[in-house]
Ligand binder design. Structure first.
Ligand code: PMP
Length: 406
């Protein structure tokens, strides 16, 4: 049969690209494969029984759970989140300052609908979350980037970048940042940089998208105030997610911000999915209302800290002697390896032959040079003995590449 579809596709459809992570997820299902590639929570930390308790609600309040909900979200859950996030956001928000979404991935898309006209410049961190870059790209964004180091976005480089864009007549629309345990770089923005970023955005009248799905998964050190809490002008939106602290399967996230931006995102959500799942929202609210979320977070943190430590030890044993370097993450899901002289695309291919999957840096990086010598490695999904085995295989792959290059 002739494929008639492709010639009918929109310009956006012809330009977009599949996610290498989603594509790779198909390969890593092979038996014997060790996957450090995805960003998945550990199945053993899902609070299945406590979550299932909420199902009683189906009997007492099935009419709400099985019905369409409002686009803005289930009010009890919105109220809960406003209280729960108040310490991080610096104040308790009102109902019209929060929108429940279908994962925080949807916040990226709704925000892009509201903010991006084709050709608009968005300032992003380099490296950054691939699916955010793709979403903004799908909406026609052009990118300007600021490098990330061990202390998050190098904010000192921002003013010169903004000035040079302004000189070209390109006023950037917003700055996208993942402040805590950055995906993929693993690093966390310091308090000084957060303050400075809010101040720079205010000075140049730029919006900020503060993406924080990992913030509550902190193993070491103190929680830091959000950029949102420093922004007195109301130009920051804060996106949160239940994916890493409860379950990605509930597909629930939220966005907090000023009334007008929240309202405009809700209008786009009306035509995107009408509302997020009522079943998910009620079950998640029941779970939160009973205090289970707060009680469970230490379990998640303990489990992931133990795995981060296992990976740190395996790296020191097997990768440090090979000249690979990294910054130890204080939380979150990922290590970002500096592979030195080794091409990370080739390394990922070689590693797959040894049945261990990592993600090469290129797809996260705007500067392709930086991506060639970096790779993202996830530690939350595998058990410590599997981590040790996977890192051993990775080291063998590196060794073989070095021998072949001689
Ligand atoms: N932002 C970042 C930085 C992420 O890493 C992810 C998921 N990996 C998301 C947003 C989207 O997550 P979700 O839609 O599951 O909330």
């Amino acid at each position: 049969m002739n494929d008639n579809w492709k010639k009918k596709f929109s310009t956006a459809a012809c330009k977009t690209r599949p996610s290498p992570v989603r594509e790779l997820l198909k390969v890593i299902k092979q038996p014997g494969m060790i996957s450090f590639a995805g960003g998945m929570p550990a199945p053993e930390v899902f609070p299945i029984e406590q979550f299932a308790e909420g199902a009683e609600k189906l009997v007492s309040d099935g009419a709400t759970m099985l019905q369409y909900g409002t686009t803005e979200g289930y009010d009890p859950l919105r109220n809960f989140l406003n209280q729960w996030t108040a310490p991080r956001l610096g104040r308790e928000l009102s109902l019209d300052e929060i929108l429940i979404t279908t994962g925080s991935q949807q916040v990226l898309d709704l925000f892009a609908w509201v903010m991006i006209d084709p050709g608009d410049v968005v300032i992003v961190e380099d490296p950054s979350y691939m699916a955010a870059l793709t979403t903004f790209y799908n909406h026609g964004a052009q990118f300007a980037s600021v490098p990330v180091d061990g202390e998050g976005m190098d904010v000192s480089k921002l003013p010169a970048l903004i000035e040079s864009l302004l000189k070209e007549g390109k006023k950037p629309k917003f700055i996208y940042t993942i402040v805590n345990f950055q995906n993929p770089a693993g690093s966390t923005m310091t308090l000084e940089r957060r303050r400075e970023l809010a101040e720079i955005a205010d000075r140049y009248d730029l919006a900020i998208f503060e993406d924080d799905p990992y913030g509550y998964v902190r193993f070491d050190g103190e929680h830091l105030p959000s950029i949102f809490s420093f922004d007195k002008a109301g130009n920051t939106v804060y996106a949160g997610s239940f994916s890493k602290i409860l379950s990605p399967g509930v597909r629930l996230g939220w966005v907090s911000g000023s009334k007008s931006i929240i309202r405009q995102m809700a209008i786009f959500k009306q035509s995107t999915d009408l509302c997020s799942s009522s079943i998910s929202q009620v079950l998640t609210y029941e779970y939160c209302r009973k205090g289970y979320l707060d009680a469970h977070l230490p379990n998640i943190i303990k489990n992931y800290r133990m795995k981060r430590d296992a990976m740190e030890e395996s790296f020191r044993k097997h990768l440090a002697p090979q000249g690979i370097t990294w910054v130890k993450p204080e939380g979150g899901f990922f290590y970002w390896l500096n592979t030195g002289g080794i091409d990370s695309d080739e390394l990922a291919r070689k590693a797959l032959e040894k049945k261990v999957a990592i993600l090469p840096g290129a797809s996260f990086c705007l500067n392709p040079e930086a991506g060639i010598h970096a790779a993202r490695v996830n530690y939350t999904y595998s058990q410590p003995d599997v981590i040790e085995e996977g890192v051993t295989r990775l080291a063998q792959a590196i060794q073989e590449m070095k021998l072949a290059a001689r």
